[in-house]
Write a protein that binds this ligand. Sequence first.
Ligand SMILES: Nc1ncnc2c1ncn2[C@@H]1O[C@H](COP(=O)(O)OP(=O)(O)O)[C@@H](O)[C@H]1O
Ligand SMILES: [Mg+2]
Length: 465
Amino acid sequence: MAAADVKVNAEVRDLTRIERIGAHSHIRGLGLDDALEARAVSQGMVGQAKARKAAGIILQMIKEGKIAGRAMLLAGQPGTGKTAIAMGMAKALGEETPFAMMTGSEIFSLEMSKTEALTQAFRKAIGVRIKEETEIIEGEVVEIEIDRPESGGVAKTGRLTLKTTEMETIYDLGQKMIESLTKEKVTSGDVITIDKASGRITKLGRSFARSRDYDAMGASTKFVQCPEGELQKRKEVVHVVTLHEIDVINSRTQGFLALFSGDTGEIRSEVREQIDAKVAEWREEGKAEIVPGVLFIDEVHMLDIECFSFLNRALENDMAPILVTATNRGITRIRGTQYRSPHGVPIDLLDRLLIISTEPYSEKEIRLILDIRCEEEDVEMSEDAKELLTKIGFETSLRYSIQLITAAAIVCQRRKGTEVDIEDISKVYSMFVDVKRSTQFLIEYQEQYMFNEVPVEAEEMETST
Ligand SMILES: Nc1ncnc2c1ncn2[C@@H]1O[C@H](COP(=O)(O)OP(=O)(O)O)[C@@H](O)[C@H]1O
Ligand SMILES: [Mg+2]
């Protein structure tokens, strides 16, 4: 591939990034006011004010484009909202800023080298805002004629009549265009654009001239003016793609379809070099800008020493994203070494990190989070049941009590109840044990378990690798 023909495929613009996880679906931002102070309850966030404020300050720095290659570490016990804060940051950054997330242990299970996996993660978190001029056809649909083949089967030919306020033209249609017109449910009276390069059809709305034929129109129908002037136009479009998306599209063996399956495999370094050169060229010509995003690595103590030195190096790059890491470990061994360090992160990397600590929630805060989750999951719950669930959350763990909401709602449904009550909560509490009770149980009934028979040496071998 020559550097000259680096592709930025139009298809990529249509990619929806699916990374929202049920457990955090109630988080809509960090819930800060203009002075970056944390509101008590806002955007799905409760308490943890200091950490939220600190995250907000880092966000501000990201938005102002002031810091490249900075990193932060969210440190705190399990269930104190570390992942929730990272998700809140992502939401607050908006759609355009790339946000990539991974878990430390993922590195070891992918079918690629550790450094390749990390490189891909970094490049998923670096966006390129590209300005492109494209040729489009824009007009109001006068008529669509499709020739039905006599023998049945798919329609292969047809004609599309489009008009502006000044002109009208008939275009011949091939099978692909007929399919996309059908898919987009285009009918006469719609105002559409057709991207000449990709053939992609976008519906802009219904023409005002048709606003009187009410049938077949929902309340959401958008009316637009019939376009003026020529049918063919040049239009400047701006879109953000990540470096990883450009990599995949341009790697010969993969193609953009790999982006949908996630099965991208390793990407050759020369492909990346050419893309970086091309992007640098675009930046110089003012055609592109870099949009540093956020890379979130959860359970960062699961990375090993090689990964940590990779991170150190990658953060030096002038295109580096903001690295947000999280851990629930205290002083522990750095994987791949015999040394121990705070959070299992080597001192030289730790030194670069802004550390934010999260604290366990009070009973009142747990109650508020449970209220939000009930609302999010559309579960009606009695006051007494909520009180009991709050107690359970405080005594065991926040996450366990959140999980009981769904389970209790199902139990309630089965007894044809309308509101989750104390009895439903007690039922699921005895049905699913939390970690503490499970451990207690295991200690009491050790002998009866198979996995107790694993010889001690084997266990040690596993943990020391
Ligand atoms: N401050 C908070 N406000 C609202 N929900 C929270 C808050 N902290 C945690 N949660 C929710 O509680 C659950 C556990 O928190 P999580 O972020 O996974 O903890 P951690 O990553 O620290 O182990 C998640 O469902 C999360 O969305
Ligand atoms: Mg977490």
